[in-house]
Write a protein that binds this ligand. Sequence first.
Ligand code: HXC
Length: 532
Amino acid sequence: ITGMDRRPAARPAPEQVAPLPSPPRTMRALRARRDELRSRITEGSREATQRQHRLGKRTARERLALLLDEGSFVELDMYRRGAGGGGVHTDGVVAGSGTVDGRRVFVYAQDFTISGGSLGAAHAAKIHKVMDLALANGAPVVALNDSGGARIQEGVMALDGYGGIFSRQVAASGVIPQISVVLGPCAGGAAYSPALADFTFMVRETAQMYLTGPDVVAAVSGERVTHAELGGADVHGTRSGVASFVHDDEESCLADVRYLLSLLPANNLEPPPPVEFAEDDPARPRLPDIVPVEPNQPYDMRAVLAEVVDDGEFLEVHEGWAGNVLCALGRVGGEVVGVVGNQPLVLAGVLDTAASQKAARFVRFCDAFNIPLVTLVDVPGFLPGTEQEYGGAIRHGAKLLYAYCEASVPRVQVILRKAYGGAYIVMDSRSIGCDVSLAWPTNEIAVMGAEAAVNVVHRKELAAAADPAELRAALISRYTAELMHPYYAAERGLVDDVIDPAETRAAIMRALAMLRDKRKRPPARKHGNVPL
Ligand code: HXC
C-alpha cells in the first residue's frame, strides 16, 4: 500500500497563473513586466502564506533566507510551470544555489503553498537539475521537504520524478554530502529521499514522515495512531533512528544545518575545512576526575568528549536514539574529527542492534568524507537476550565491524576502562585496523570480566572447594593482576601507549598529526557486500 489517506479537493488555481497583459514594446515596459512577474512569483499567494504561517511553518523562501548567507541565493527555473506549462510558476519548489559561511551549496525547498508542495514532473525536473549541478560542482545538497507527496493529477510522471531523485541520491552517495530537512509532511515513497540522505533533520509538531498514513494504518490493521505518533520528529529521533537531528523550531534547525555544513567537506576529494586554533596547553587536568576507576560506575561520555574537542564543542548525531553509543562531529586542534564513544550512562554502554547501526552508518559517513575517527572505548560487551538475537544483533554488529574494517581514514582508539570480548574488537581495535591505540591506566582489555572468567575457567575447582567464596576471591584477584591491565596488551603490541588521562587530548592531537597524510587504497572490486 502506498499513498496517504486524504485526497485533496479541487480548488481554484492560485492567482499567479493569470497571464499578465501584453505590455507596449518599450524597454521600460518590458522590464517593468518582468519585474512584476518576478515579484508575483516570489511573493506568492498571500492567503496561502498566511495559512502556512498559521500552521507554524515558514515559506520556502523564508527558510532559504535562514539557511543561506544573505543575498547569496541564485534561483534557477523560477518561471518553470507544471503540467505542460499550464500550472503555477516554480511548480511548487524553489531551487538553486547559495553559500553557507561562504561555501557553495545546492538547495531546493518545496513550497507547500503551491499544490501542497506536491511533486509533479516539472517540480522533479528542477530538483534533478540542482542535484546534477551539485554533483558536477562537488558541493553539498540540502533538501527542504514540505510536500503532500506525488502530485496525484500527474500520475506516473510524478512517480518517475521521485525515481529520478532517488537514483541521483544513490549516485551522489559518498561523493557529496546530502542533507535532508523535513519541515512538513513527507509521506509515502517520498520518505525515501530523507532516508537516502546522509543526515536528516526534523522539526517537532510540524514534520511527519511515514510510508502509509494513520487512516490507511487503521483500515489495514485496526491500529489507531495520530500523525505524530506514527511519524513525528520524536518518533524518528528516538525510536526508528530515521531522523539524525530533532529540533523544536525551524530557526534552530536551520542554524544547526549551517553548523553541520561547517564541519563537512564539499565532496569526497576534499578534507573537511580546518579552522585556526591556537592553544597554549592541551592538558586536561579535570579529565581523570570525570571517569571513575571502578569499571561499573557510570559517567557521561559527553563530559569526556567535551574535554577532548576544541572549546568543548561538538555536534551529536542521533542524540535521542541508541544513546548507549555516542556519535559526534567536532574539532581537535582545528581539524574535524568524527568521534564514536560508548556511553556508560545508558545501558552501561553495551552495544546493541540500534547502537551498532547508528555507529556503523556514522563511521561509513566519516570514512567516505575524509573525516578521521577517534573511538573512545568503555564497553562491557553486547546486550544479551532473545530480543537482541531475534532482532539480528549479529547482523547489525557485523555492520559496525565491517564499517571499521573498511575505513581508510586516520583512526585513533582510546580505551578508557573496560573493553571486553567481541565488543573490544568491534570498537576499532588494533586487529581491525586502528592506526594508533592508546589506553588509560584504568584500562581492562579482556575476553570477559574477572568474575565471569573465573566462573568459567575454574568451575570444577570452585565446585570442589571447601570455601568457594575464598577461592573465587583469590582467583579473581590473580586473574585481574595477570590480565586486566593495559600493560598486557601494550607488551604484545595491541596498545601503542599507556597515557595519563589528563594527556588524552594532547595524545590524540599528536596521533592525528602523525596520520595526516595517511593514504590507503582498497583493492579494486565492484563493491563489498556490507551486511545490511
Ligand atoms: C496534488 C496535493 C497533494 C498531492 C496536497 N495537495 N497533496 N495536490 N497531489 N499529493 C494540495 C491540496 O489539494 C491543496 O490544494 C493543498 O495541496 C494543500 O493541501 P491540504 O490538504 O489543504 O493541506 P493540509 O490540510 O495541511 O494537509 C496536508 C496533507 C494532505 C496531509 C499533505 O494534503 C494530504 O493528505 N494530501 C495527499 C497526500 C497523498 O496522498 N500523497 C500521495 C502520497 S503517495 P489547494 O489547491 O486546495 O490549495 C506518494 C508516492 C510517492 O507520494 C512514491 C515515490 C516512490
